[in-house]
Ligand binder design. Structure first.
Ligand SMILES: Cc1ncc(COP(=O)(O)O)c(C=O)c1O
Length: 479
C-alpha cells in the first residue's frame, strides 16, 4: 500500500492516479442552497445533482473509471449469445475468485432477487450479520424473513473494534441448530453498509462459512463492498497482513458457496454478478436470470459495462487503488473527530458517518435528527449526504412509524472522484456547522405515513433561513 512519508508537512492520503477527464462542478450561494433543499422537501434524494457541489449521496455507480476501463468499453462484443465479452469476464472472475460459473445481472439487488427466487420460500429464514434494504426486500417479497446476527459491539457507534461487522458466531450457530430446516442460506455482508461501512474479519467470515458447512446450508457472500473490506483485512487483521489482496480474496472465495456483488461498487462499473462452483445450482439460478434479467451472457447489463467491470476487477486487486477510498474516509473522520465532531469510529469503508444523535441532541427522534442534519450539511457546504436513520427505515406495520437503529448522516466518498482539497473544504464547513448546531431544527412530514425514504418533508420553523443568515454573517460574500 502507498506508504509515502512527508518531510515537513503533515502526512496526507496520496492519490495513486492522475486525472484525465474532469466534470465541471460549481457551488450555489447559500440562499440558493436553502431554496434547493426546501424545493427538494429536505430530502437529499430529491436534489438535482447540479445543485450539489460534492455529491456524496452514495458510492454506487459513481466511482471514477480508469482510462483502461474506458478503452475496454470500446471493444465490447454485443453478440446476444456466444459473446466474447461474457467469456472474457467469466475468465477474469475465474482468475480472481476461482469460481467456474458466472451469471450477469443488471445490478446488486437483481442478484438478491435471483437468489431469493431460487432459495426463499414462505416461512424460510436468512441469518445475516446485518441487513441491507435491498437484500431483505427480496427475501420478504418471497415470503421469508431474516435474522440479524451482528456482534453486540457492531451497534456501538464509537468503538475501537476494527471489525464491527463480525457475526456473533454463537448466535449464528444457535440459529443454525434450532432452525436448520427453515434456513434458505446464510448471508455474509462484507463490509457492512448500514452500520457505517464497517468491515468483517476474514477469520469471522471463514468461521461463519464453516458453520454453514457443518449444518449443511449455503453460505452466500454479498461482496458489494468487498473492495474496502479487503483493504481492512490487509491492514487490520494480523494473520493476513503479509498476504496479497489476491491471496486474501482467494481464501475468502474458496470458503463461500455463492458470491454476488453490485458492480456499481465492486469493479468500478455498473452491473451485478452471481458466481458459484456448483453446476446444478448455477442451472437453477440461470432459469430466473433468463426470465427476469436477460439472456445469461449479459443478464440486462450492457457489454460495455461488462468490459469495464473486467478491467475494474483487476484494479480491485491492486492495493494502492483500493486503499484510496478508506484513506480518504479515515482522513475525513479523523479530522472531524479531532475537532470534537461525533462520527462513527473506527473509520470504515464507503463513507464518513456523522452521528446525528450527538451532533444535534436537541432534536427529538420524531423530528428526524439525521434528516435535519443532512439538510443542514447541504446548506452549509453544498455537499449532499444520505440520511441513514428513521426516514430511511421501512414501515413494517403501516400503523407504527419505525425508528432507525441509528441516526446517521452518511457522506459517501465515491472512489477516485474527489480531491483532498475538496475534503478539506467539507471539513471546514462541517466544523462551522457544528459550532452553530443549535440553529439546526427538526423536520416533519406534511402527509400521513407510511412514507417512502424518498418522500418530501418540511422544516419545523424557518431554521434553514436562520442558519443561512448566520452563514452569510460569518462568511460575508463567500460561497
Ligand atoms: C451491501 C450491499 N448489498 C447490495 C446492494 C445493492 O446493490 P445495487 O444498488 O447495485 O442494487 C448494495 C447497494 O448499496 C449494498 O451496499
Amino acid at each position: 500500500m502507498n506508504k509515502v512519508g512527508y518531510y515537513k508537512r503533515n502526512s496526507l492520503p496520496l492519490e495513486m492516479h492522475k486525472v484525465c477527464i474532469v466534470q465541471k462542478t460549481s457551488i450555489l450561494p447559500v440562499e440558493d442552497r436553502v431554496k434547493a433543499i426546501r424545493r427538494a422537501g429536505f430530502n437529499s434524494y430529491r436534489l438535482e445533482s447540479d445543485e450539489c457541489y460534492l455529491d456524496m449521496l452514495t458510492d454506487s455507480g459513481v466511482n471514477a473509471m480508469s482510462n483502461e476501463q474506458l478503452g475496454a468499453m470500446m471493444i465490447g462484443d454485443d453478440a446476444y449469445a456466444g459473446s466474447v465479452t461474457y467469456r472474457k469476464l467469466s475468465q477474469k472472475i475465474k482468475e480472481i475468485f476461482n469460481k467456474d460459473y458466472f451469471l450477469p445481472v443488471h445490478q446488486g439487488r437483481a442478484c438478491e432477487h435471483m437468489l431469493a427466487l431460487a432459495y426463499v420460500k414462505p416461512g424460510k429464514l436468512v441469518p445475516m450479520n446485518f441487513q441491507f434494504g435491498t437484500s431483505i426486500g427480496k427475501i420478504r417479497y418471497c415470503g421469508g424473513d431474516y435474522i440479524i446476527c451482528l456482534q453486540e459491539e457492531g451497534f456501538d457507534k464509537q468503538s475501537g473494534n476494527p471489525f464491527k461487522g463480525d457475526f456473533d458466531l454463537a448466535k449464528l450457530e444457535r440459529i443454525l441448530q434450532e432452525e436448520r430446516d427453515r434456513i434458505a442460506f446464510v448471508r455474509i455482508e462484507a463490509g457492512t453498509n448500514l452500520i457505517g461501512g464497517q468491515p468483517i474479519a476474514l477469520d469471522n467470515m471463514l468461521a461463519a462459512a464453516e458453520l454453514c458447512k457443518k449444518y449443511g446450508v449455503l453460505s452466500v457472500l454479498d461482496a458489494s463492498l468487498l473492495q474496502d473490506n479487503l483493504h481492512f483485512i490487509k491492514t487490520r487483521e494480523e494473520a493476513y497482513m503479509d498476504m496479497s489482496i489476491r491471496e486474501i480474496t482467494r481464501i475468502l472465495s474458496d470458503a463461500m458457496d455463492i458470491i454476488y456483488f453490485s458492480a456499481r461498487k465492486l469493479g468500478f462499473g455498473r452491473g451485478g454478478a452471481i458466481i458459484l462452483n456448483d453446476e446444478k445450482e448455477f442451472e437453477h439460478i440461470k432459469t430466473f436470470v433468463s426470465s427476469f434479467e436477460g439472456f445469461p451472457t449479459f443478464g440486462g447489463m450492457s457489454v460495455k459495462e461488462m468490459e469495464a467491470i473486467r478491467v475494474g476487477l483487476d484494479d480491485t486487486m491492486d492495493e494502492n487503488i483500493i486503499a484510496q477510498g478508506p484513506q480518504f474516509i479515515e482522513y475525513l473522520c479523523n479530522e472531524l473527530e479531532d475537532a470534537g465532531i461525533p462520527v462513527v469510529t473506527p473509520p470504515g469503508g464507503l463513507g464518513c458517518h456523522l452521528d446525528a444523535l450527538k451532533f444535534v441532541p436537541h432534536i427529538p427522534r420524531n423530528q428526524y435528527p439525521a434528516g435535519a442534519l443532512q439538510s443542514a450539511v447541504y446548506i452549509a457546504s453544498g455537499a449532499r449526504g444520505m440520511e441513514r436513520g428513521s426516514i430511511d427505515e421501512p414501515w413494517d406495520d403501516p400503523e407504527v412509524e419505525p425508528y432507525g437503529a441509528m441516526e446517521l448522516v452518511r457522506l459517501a466518498v465515491p472512489r477516485r472522484v474527489y480531491t483532498i482539497s475538496q475534503m478539506n473544504y467539507l471539513i471546514d464547513r462541517i466544523c462551522w456547522l457544528y459550532d452553530n448546531r443549535e440553529l439546526i431544527g427538526g423536520l416533519k412530514y406534511d402527509t400521513e405515513g407510511p412514507h417512502q425514504f424518498y418522500a418530501p418533508l418540511n422544516s419545523i420553523s424557518d431554521w434553514p433561513e436562520v442558519l443561512a443568515a448566520k452563514f452569510r454573517e460569518d462568511f460575508g460574500e463567500s460561497l
